[in-house]
Design a binder for this molecule. Structure first.
Ligand code: CDP
Length: 214
């Protein structure tokens, strides 16, 4: 069983995907962490995250230990991630790892931007989370403050808008719902409500697949 959770920054993908993985007894992969790690590796070499050669080299050499770096959740890593994520060679280098992870028994929940469209187009269930930039910026501010980072709401909001634009505007695997994804607007829903609706939606998608014989 493969569940794809996609959506823009701070839409609640990670929170939902982790809960779903626990609920269904599946593995969980936060694919954003791969792009964050590549971005952080390039920055650590003193280079710009848009440097195609350095970013591609970092993506090809990525090891599981790189995902344990302590600085991957920072805003700097997020911005670097969205820059390396626009490089087609970086995406190509990370694709097999994600697909192999999804194929491992008993299955997985993956969250990202292109899981339903590119990484796992045959996923059993696909959910695309939406929320307004303002609500997402408030959520991200709370999250970063809880980590002890000093943040300014207006700066977080403008970083988030810039990242949305880069993620949606890139030519390779842009952020967009798969044609068969269920879109869920979470502006007025808390994490528990989103989880409940998602579990129902996944059940319905799986039942519909069975009826179609897919
Ligand atoms: O948690 P948040 O949504 O802010 O970020 P994330 O999911 O960790 O992703 C960081 C960046 O990686 C995004 O802005 C995307 O540019 C990129 N990304 C991607 O292109 N494809 C994915 N499957 C996951 C992340």
């Amino acid at each position: 069983m493969i569940v794809a959770i996609d959506g823009p920054a701070a839409s609640g993908k990670g929170t939902l995907a982790r809960k779903l993985a626990r609920h269904f007894g599946l593995n969980y992969l936060d694919t954003g962490l791969l792009y964050r790690a590549v971005g952080a590796l390039v920055l650590a070499q003193g280079k710009d995250a848009s440097d195609t050669v350095m970013a591609t080299r970092a993506a090809k050499a990525l090891t599981p230990a790189d995902l344990d770096r302590g600085d991957l959740r920072s805003e700097a890593a997020a911005i670097a991630a969205s820059k390396v994520a626009a490089i087609p060679q970086v995406r190509a280098a990370l694709l097999a790892f994600q697909q192999d992870f999804a194929a491992m028994p008993p299955g997985a929940v993956l969250d990202g931007r292109d899981i339903g469209t590119v990484v796992c187009p045959m996923a059993d269930a696909k959910i695309f989370l939406l929320a307004s930039p303002e609500v997402r910026a408030q959520r991200r501010v709370k999250e970063l403050q809880a980590r002890g980072e000093e943040v300014i709401y207006s700066a977080v909001l403008s970083d988030l808008r810039a990242r949305d634009e880069r993620d949606s505007g890139r030519s390779t695997a842009p952020l967009k719902p798969a044609s068969d994804a269920i879109c869920l607007d979470t502006d007025n829903l808390n994490a528990e409500m989103v989880f409940k609706i998602a579990v129902e939606t996944i059940g319905e998608q799986i039942a519909a697949n069975r009826r179609r014989g897919t």
